[in-house]
Write a protein that binds this ligand. Structure first.
Ligand code: UDP
Ligand code: MG
Length: 139
């Protein structure tokens, strides 16, 4: 078993889609090991997306991720990182496969409902970003 970080983004929380997305993830075989609702400051969102700092969409991304509440969670499954990437679908919902979280629930390429870690290394960093040791049993 391995773990990954997912974040239900402000567009989905605000639209009342969090419950459906959580059910979708559980139905896909993930076990939720930690979960909270929080709101990011610009500094926190900027740090979380540090790798994208030079990209043209960075400012908009930080603004969006700070626009409302987010729900970060630690998900566990066999091969959690690649499995979750498969379940959420492509970044742009128009390109995401049928039945994926983004195809079902995302509004646009920017407001795309959910984040998922892209490697085991980044998953460990991102889990530690949101959850203290006490908040993540078994890690
Ligand atoms: N994003 C965007 N425009 C783009 C590419 C990305 O607004 O052209 C946003 C989108 O919210 C995406 C996030 O930046 O989820 C991080 O981009 P990444 O390429 O890491 O996509 P992801 O890993 O989330 O699929
Ligand atoms: Mg990414």
């Amino acid at each position: 078993m391995s773990q990954t970080l997912a974040i239900i983004k402000p567009d989905a929380v605000e639209a009342g889609k969090a419950g459906k997305i959580l059910a979708h993830l559980e139905h896909a075989g993930f076990t939720v090991r930690a979960l909270k609702m929080t709101r990011l400051s610009a500094e926190q969102a900027g740090a979380f997306y540090e790798v994208h700092r030079e990209r043209p969409f960075y400012g908009e991304l930080v603004e969006f991720m700070t626009s409302g509440a987010v729900i970060p969670m630690v998900l566990e499954a066999d091969g959690a990182v690649p499995r979750l990437r498969e379940v959420i679908g492509a970044t742009d919902p128009a390109e995401a496969a049928e039945g994926t979280v983004r195809r079902l629930y995302a509004e646009s390429k920017g407001r795309n409902a959910i984040h998922a870690s892209d490697s085991d290394e980044n998953a460990a960093v991102e889990i530690a970003f949101f959850f203290s040791r006490m908040e993540r049993p078994g890690l």
